[in-house]
Every structure is written in structure tokens, then in C-alpha cells.
Design a binder for this molecule. Structure first.
Ligand SMILES: O=C(O)C1=C[C@@H](OP(=O)(O)O)[C@@H](O)[C@H](O)C1
Ligand SMILES: C=C(OP(=O)(O)O)C(=O)O
Length: 749
């Protein structure tokens, strides 16, 4: 085996000879790239086409060409087979007759099963130093003149090493591709061929067929004169090399036939929908496809998985000190109400129209979950969403696990709903959600008859077994949680008898209000809410008010920054949510409610807030559940107040998107504020605030709270890990800038 270690250094050549058989675009680019890197003492090309060989030398793609394959390969370290797939079978047969010495064999074919079969036949078994590969890269151009040593940079290369492959050979090929800047992955052969059949081979087949089919039917090709962007976009790949694709389809026969059959079934279903005038089916396919396509574009732009997986994915906010906060703004729609509008809209009979929907990642995760379960949901577009309800019993099994990102509300409410469905589901989430406690919903649901598996200590993912019979029960919640209450009420829609939930203190009642809005009776008696099965939900119109939890950042901002006068329009002031206003008023804030009215069962008002001298207080424990999400920013208010603020009875803050007591205490201490975290709260002594480096720990509300703190800081605050602001408040930076808070993404100011 050649010694491969020095490759990492990229210094002096350490390997003797690379042989590239087939000097087309891919082979030429591989040769040229590695030659430029100087990793081999010589790069030798082999190609049947004499002109390609001449050009390869002239263009510096290879050092020299060799006519005879056996001569080229004798003593080679690596032999790259970059010939068309069917030709590859012949080349392998030829190679099998040579003594290849220590050479490592590899290839670039788009289908892999046939290559391994051919190798097995030729060599009487797959050689241990054969590492099949497939670079997912190409170009409209072809031939050696298009060879580009940078072609593979930031592209995927899939290696499909067979069982028993020589590990050093594998490592060597991996390193060569990495030296060319590629992301190397491994897959088993069968999986590779299925994935590629679906994502590459089928689209090429459709493009070729469409062009041929139209061309054939319209002798004068008149139709093409009218073919605009759609036709051009769809058929671009019909310009690819016919011989190469002819080879690929024959080589990957089985996998291609399988995806083609599945696709034909879907096409037949669309045809049937057109025949039957079934617009619902068409809309379902088109809305799902559009969302999938958007997601796919993100992947292509490396904004989806790549960002999420990279540890250096640290979105930093820089908040400059000082400023005042003025103007009139409307913050985005209420997150709790947005989630519920999708859930209940999906379970309703008929079409629900939603306005003012929060287009943040948490609420979008709920939309995606219901789309996964077969609900047709149009939008969101400018806050409008149309939900085509399927009725209480119309959800379908999702195709795979439902991913809920950062959203605790989605996971806990869905757990209740899914416990009663006839199918199994798995709910998963991001790193933060995966740490949050789910037994608070799983245990009472189990008592009702649900079968739910969790990871250790009741953490996500949750696997919920379908087909269980639920029995209603009376449940006294150990903590004041609207998520637990809502979860059990949703399960109660399907349970036998009554399900009633007793809360130790009032929590947000959007579920109860919205159920009634959909015509479903809910019995609320003091601290107990109850439902019985046997009713239906009727589609309705929902207007989502602005989220008081998002308004809270501006309520505090305008209160603490001298010279501020701000109006927050159309904010939801449901009495189970207004703890923030009550607490700020107790601290001396100047907040007035204007233009009060009720929309769709929820009270709203414009909130006018002017700067005021705040003072420290003992926060009444009864207000804690009514301001549960607003504490991070209330801690900023407390830090700017005169005197001491004491919070107790708020241990729930420790199990939100982060441990909000500890994370806020750490950040405030960095800014020079005297704080003392306690098991169920915090003690904050107001005083001057400096700048510094703080960490949001991926918690949206922490990131926004420290942005607000800058108004009273004496130096810039650099806030790490802010990407999750998009979960609840997508245009926070825009509205902050508009009103006078000097916070921006680092590098964007
Ligand atoms: O029901 C809801 O929509 C929510 C309830 C609260 O959670 P808990 O029920 O865990 O207190 C809150 O923190 C969350 O942001 C939204
Ligand atoms: C706790 C929150 O949300 P969730 O529980 O839905 O993640 C929040 O938004 O502050």
C-alpha cells in the first residue's frame, strides 16, 4: 500500500503515479485537480480518442498520455476509471488480466450495482482495493477542454465501498476527493442506486421524454416557438450526453424501474383528479411540492442541513449602546394562537382561513407536521393561511418521523392529538427540544391509555403508538402549564367519557377559546376545563393578534430607554397573557391600552408605552404563569430598575428552550449586574450596565432580551447563538432598527 499520510500536508509529492482512464469532463477534472495539488509525481491519462489525449497534455490536465492501458497501469498507485458506465465493464475485464500490484482502483460511475457486478465477474470477486465512487458534480460543458480542477469543490462525492474493502485504500480515495474540496460520504450500493434513480435518473428520463414526445407530435415544432421559461427549465437536462444516459438507464435498470413505477402511480392519481375535477387533490400535491422545493433550494444553497449541523453556526448579534425607542409597529402574530389555528383548522370540517399567522419557524413546524399527515394547507403568504380541514378522523399516517425543530408547544400539543390516532408517529426536534421534559404529557396520556415511548428521562424523540383506546380522566396538573392542559384536552376529544384538567394557577386559555370558536363545547368551571367526545369542529375564520410575548421586548425597551414613546398595534391582551403589563406597571412603567376590542374571541388593544423610572419589586407569584415567556426581558427591566427585584415560584423557566434563570444570570453578571439565581427564581439588584460578550444558548427570547439591554448599556453587547430568534420573531432586527434599537447581525451593520 502507498503511504498516504503526507497527503494531508499537501506538500511534496508522495505518490508515484495516478492513472486516469477516460479524459472527459469528470476524469479530466479529477486529473487536473490532483495534478495542480502536486500529490502525485506524475498524472497519466489514457483515452481512446487521440485528440483528447493531445489536448489533455496541452491543457495541463495530465503530464502525459499512454496509449496502452497495461503499460499505464503497471506500477500505478491509483487508477481512476472515468469512462462511460458500460465501457467500464470492458475496462474492468481488461484490468483483471494485468498484475495491478498495489494499485487502488476507483471509478466515478453514476450507478454502482452494475459496476460491482462487473468487477465481481471480471476479477472473480470484488478486489479489496477497489473503492467505487460517484461525484455528484457536472457541468453543461463536456470533454477534456471543460476539465476544471475546482469542479468538485463543495460537491458531494459518494463512495460505496463493498464489504471487506481495504481500509487504507478507502482512506486514500477519501483523501484524494477531499484534497479536491469535495464532501465525501459513504452509502451502501443499493441505497446509492435507489437515491440516484429518484433524484437524477428519473428527472433525466422525464426531460428527454417530454421533449421527444412534443417534438414528435408537432412536425413543424411550432409548439417550441411558444415554449417559455417553464419548458426551458424543465427540459434543460435533455441536452445531456445521450450515450452517457443510455448507459446509466441500462446499468441502473432495477432502481430506475422502481421509481418510474412509483412516479407513474402518482401521475395516474393526478390524471384521475383532473378527470374527476378533484381540485383538493391537485392543491394538495402542488402545495406540498412547493414547500418541498423551497426546502430543497435551501439544501442546495447549503442553508438547511449544512448550517444546522455545523458547530460554527453561530449567528452573532451586536447591540450598540444607547438610543431611544419610538414609532408605531405591529409585531408578528401570536405563536400560541398560530399553532392552534393549524391544529384545530386541520381537525375541522371545511376550510379555515387564518390571517395574521406567525411566519416563524415554530409555527411553520406545526404546518409541516399537518402537511405530513395529509392536510392540505395553503400559505402562509403575508400572514394568510388556508387550512383544508380533514375532520377529527381524517389525519393520515405521516411518511416518516415528524420534525418539530425548536417548538415545545408543537410537540406537547401534538402528543395529545396523536395518542388517539389509528397510526404510529415519532416526534423529534432540535438539540434544545431534545433536552426538554416530555413526561409531563406522556405520563397523564399513559394514564388515559396511550402508549408512548420516550428517550431516557422522558426526553424526545417520542414514539406514539396508534390504535389505542383512550379513557377520559380528571387530571390535576402538578405545574401550571397551558401546553399540558391543551395536550390533554386534545386527547380528550377522542377519549371515552369526560376529560377534565385542573390547573394550579390560571394559564393561557387559547385552546379552550378556539375550540369554542370552532363550535366544540368546552366546559370551564373555575380552575377546571373539560371536554367530552362526540362533537365536531366546524371551520371558521381566525384573526391572529400580534404576540404580546414579542411585544414584551418593546414594552421593556421603551420603558428603560429615556425619551421613548412607542405604540404597539393590535396586541393580544387575553387576561391569561397580560402578566407582563401588570408586572411592568407594578415597577412603575407607563403603559396605556388604546383601541380595545375583541377579534375572533380574543381581546386586543394598541399598547402605548413611554419611558419611565422603574423600581424593583417582589413579583407576585400569581402573575408568574401569566408572564411565563416574558421573564428574560423582565430581568432586563429589573436590571435597569432602582432597587431589588425578587422572583419566586418560576422553576418552569429552567426547562424552556434554555435554563432561562441560569442563562440570564450569566449574561447579566457579564454586564456587571448583581444577580443571584435561586432554584425557582432570581434576585436582581438594579444598577449600571456595561457591555460584553453573552450567550443566548440558542434561546430566541434570551437573544432578544440582551438586544434590548443595549439601550441602557455603556458599551456594545455581543450576543452569541441568535439564529433561533427566527422561531418566534422573524423580523425582530428590522423592527428593532425601525424603532431605534441599535442591534444587527455581526458583519451586516
Ligand atoms: O401553550 C402554549 O402555547 C405555551 C405555553 C407555555 O408553556 P408551558 O405550558 O410549558 O408553560 C409557554 O411557555 C409557551 O411558549 C407556549
Ligand atoms: C417556551 C417557549 O416556546 P415552546 O415551549 O413552544 O418551545 C417560548 O416561546 O418561550
Amino acid at each position: 500500500m502507498p503511504d498516504v499520510k503526507p497527503l494531508q500536508g499537501g506538500g511534496a509529492p508522495v505518490l508515484e503515479r495516478l492513472v486516469v482512464v477516460g479524459l472527459g469532463l469528470i476524469g479530466g477534472s479529477f486529473a487536473k485537480g490532483l495534478r495542480e495539488k502536486g500529490l502525485f509525481r506524475e498524472v497519466v491519462g489514457v483515452d481512446r480518442n487521440v485528440e483528447s489525449c493531445r489536448l489533455a497534455v496541452e491543457l495541463g490536465v495530465v503530464d502525459r498520455c499512454e496509449e496502452d492501458l497495461a503499460t499505464a497501469c503497471r506500477g500505478a498507485d491509483v487508477i481512476q476509471l472515468a469512462v462511460p458506465i458500460l465501457a467500464l465493464e470492458k475496462v474492468l475485464a481488461q484490468l483483471a488480466t494485468f498484475d495491478l500490484g498495489h494499485a487502488v482502483l476507483t471509478d466515478v460511475g453514476s450507478a454502482k450495482g452494475n459496476v460491482l457486478r462487473a468487477a465481481r465477474e471480471a476479477f472473480g470477486g470484488v478486489p479489496v482495493r477497489f473503492v467505487p465512487g460517484h461525484p455528484i458534480a457536472g457541468s453543461e460543458r463536456s470533454g477534456v477542454t471543460a476539465a476544471d480542477g475546482r469542479l468538485f469543490r463543495r460537491h458531494k462525492v459518494i463512495l460505496t465501498p463493498p464489504d471487506g474493502v481495504d481500509s487504507e485504500a478507502l482512506l486514500l480515495i477519501e483523501r484524494l476527493w477531499r484534497a479536491l474540496g469535495a464532501d465525501v460520504e459513504q452509502m451502501d450500493v443499493e441505497h446509492h442506486d435507489q437515491v440516484l434513480a429518484a433524484t437524477s435518473h428519473l428527472p433525466h428520463m422525464l426531460a428527454y421524454t417530454l421533449v421527444d414526445s412534443l417534438a414528435k407530435r408537432h412536425e413543424n415544432l411550432e409548439i417550441f416557438r411558444y415554449a417559455a421559461g417553464g419548458f426551458r427549465d424543465f427540459t434543460r437536462i435533455a441536452g445531456s450526453d445521450p450515450l452517457m444516459w443510455h448507459d446509466i438507464f441500462l446499468a441502473n435498470r432495477d432502481a430506475v424501474l422502481q421509481v418510474l413505477d412509483d412516479f407513474r402511480d402518482d401521475l395516474d392519481a393526478l390524471r384521475a383528479a383532473v378527470v374527476a375535477g378533484d381540485g383538493h387533490h391537485l392543491l394538495g400535491v402542488f402545495t406540498r411540492a412547493r414547500v418541498a422545493r423551497e426546502h430543497f433550494s435551501k439544501i442546495l444553497a447549503r442553508r438547511a442541513y449544512v448550517d444546522a449541523m455545523h458547530s460554527n453556526n453561530d449567528l452573532i448579534f451586536i447591540a450598540q449602546p444607547g438610543g431611544s425607542v419610538n414609532g408605531r409597529i405591529r409585531v408578528p402574530g401570536d405563536k400560541s394562537i398560530s399553532h392552534r389555528s393549524i391544529m384545530l383548522g386541520s381537525l375541522a370540517e371545511g376550510t379555515t382561513e387564518v390571517q395574521g399567522f406567525l411566519e416563524g419557524e415554530d409555527a411553520l413546524a406545526t404546518i409541516q407536521a399537518f402537511r405530513d399527515m395529509g392536510v392540505v394547507i395553503e400559505g402562509p403568504q403575508d400572514g394568510r393561511v388556508t387550512v383544508h380541514g380533514v375532520g377529527l378522523h381524517g389525519l393520515q399516517a405521516p411518511p416518516g418521523p415528524i420534525y418539530l425543530g425548536n417548538s415545545g408547544t408543537s410537540m406537547r400539543l401534538l402528543a395529545g392529538l396523536l395518542a388517539a390516532q389509528p397510526f404510529d408517529t415519532t416526534l423529534s426536534g432540535d438539540a434544545s427540544l431534545t433536552k426538554r421534559p416530555m413526561n409531563r404529557v406522556a405520563n397523564p396520556l399513559r394514564e388515559m391509555g396511550a402508549v408512548i415511548e420516550t428517550a431516557a428521562e422522558g426526553r424526545p424523540p417520542l414514539t406514539i403508538r396508534g390504535g389505542q383506546k383512550l379513557i377520559g380522566m380528571r387530571y390535576a396538573m402538578p405545574m401550571a402549564s397551558a401546553q399540558v392542559k391543551s395536550c390533554l384536552l386534545l386527547a380528550g376529544l377522542y377519549a371515552e367519557g369526560q376529560t377534565s384538567v385542573i390547573e394550579p394557577a390560571p394559564t393561557r386559555d387559547h385552546t379552550e377559546r378556539m375550540l369554542r370558536g370552532f363550535g366544540y363545547p368546552v366546559n370551564v368551571d373555575g380552575n377546571t376545563s373539560a371536554v367530552t367526545p362526540g362533537h365536531t369542529l366546524t371551520a371558521t375564520q381566525i384573526e391572529v393578534p400580534a404576540d404580546i410575548s414579542s411585544a414584551a421586548f418593546f414594552l421593556v425597551a421603551a420603558s428603560i430607554a429615556e425619551g421613548s414613546d412607542l405604540v404597539l398595534e393590535h396586541v393580544g391582551i387575553n387576561p391569561t397573557r397580560t402578566g407582563i403589563i401588570d408586572i411592568l406597571k407594578l415597577m412603575g412603567a407607563d403603559i396605556t391600552l388604546e383601541n380595545q376590542k375583541e377579534v375572533g374571541g380574543e381581546p386586543v388593544a394598541d399598547l402605548r408605552v413611554r419611558s419611565a423610572k422603574l423600581k424593583g419589586i417582589e413579583i407576585p407569584e400569581a402573575l408568574v404563569p401569566l408572564a411565563i415567556d416574558e421573564f428574560p426581558v423582565l430581568f432586563i427591566a429589573a436590571a435597569c430598575a432602582e432597587g431589588r427585584t425578587v422572583l419566586r415560584g418560576a422553576e418552569e423557566l429552567r426547562v424552556k428552550e434554555s435554563d432561562r434563570i441560569q442563562v440570564m444570570a450569566d449574561g447579566l453578571q457579564t454586564l456587571g449586574v448583581k444577580v443571584e439565581p435561586t432554584p425557582d427564581g432570581i434576585i436582581i439588584d438594579g444598577g449600571p450596565m456595561g457591555g460584553g460578550e453573552v450567550w443566548a444558548h440558542g434561546d430566541h427570547r434570551i437573544a432578544m432580551s440582551f438586544s434590548v439591554a443595549s439601550l441602557r448599556a455603556t458599551a456594545p453587547i455581543r450576543i452569541h447563538d441568535c439564529a433561533n430568534v427566527a422561531t418566534s420573531f422573524p423580523n425582530f432586527l428590522g423592527l428593532a432598527a425601525q424603532t431605534g434599537i441599535r442591534v444587527s447581525e455581526e458583519g451586516q451593520a
